[in-house]
Design a protein. Sequence first.
Length: 279
Amino acid sequence: MMPGNYTSIDNQKISGSVPAVSDPGHATLKFADSNLQTFPPSQSQGKISGGSRPPRDADDTFSILPSGSDEPSSGGWLRAFAVDAYKPYFDVDTSDILQRIKESLFPFKGSFTEMISNNPDLYGPFWICTTLIFVAASIGTFVTYIAHKLQDKEWNYDINLVTWSAGLFYGYVIIVPLCLYVILKYFSAPSGLVQLFCLYGYSLFVFIPALCLSVVPLEVFRWAVAGVAGFMSATFVALNLRAHIVSAGERWFLIVAAIFLLQVALAIVLKIYLFTITV
């Protein structure tokens, strides 16, 4: 082909960028901001996805809510009767439970409230109380059975041991935190109710090995075990609440002392009714 058959193109039209064509008949599209880049979504909390969260107290100075956990505006107080509202309080795994149990066995650290501030649970306290009921009933029954057989006496199973233990442990973990919540609110040092349930529930774990050691047929040893368990449990609760209750003013020491003595009183009750084996 001859070179004259090609059309020459000006180099200035080739180099550079193509100018944008403006059409006044079309409006400019603007995309609204989205949260697609955010993972997980802001309505997720803990290990359970979804926006359902348990109702929390109006006073949250005892804990720090995780980021992105705004309170839902729908449902109101009726959400307290919805099962889905309590799912995050059971959103823990085995490692979480073991870590919190380990923390309860070292009462002088006083860092348990910081550990549960973002994710208090009711799973651990429930099973700790349930295990205490089972251990108290089974150990008490076994020891009394052996004691009666060794003395050739007739033995009858006491079903009241189960009901009494259930009323004691479940009642203590529910009623005491509720009363303390009201008292702290009155002294202008409000705390989270669920955090108190969690704290008192884990404070009872030390009584499980203590009950197991009560099979030793020595009264002095049983008193020593009950005393050590009561002191550890009382110290655990008192030290973890002390930093928060200091804001109550000059009466903070009386409140902490009352909390400590009440926990010691629980240990004495357990010694008298559960650690004492009579034939």
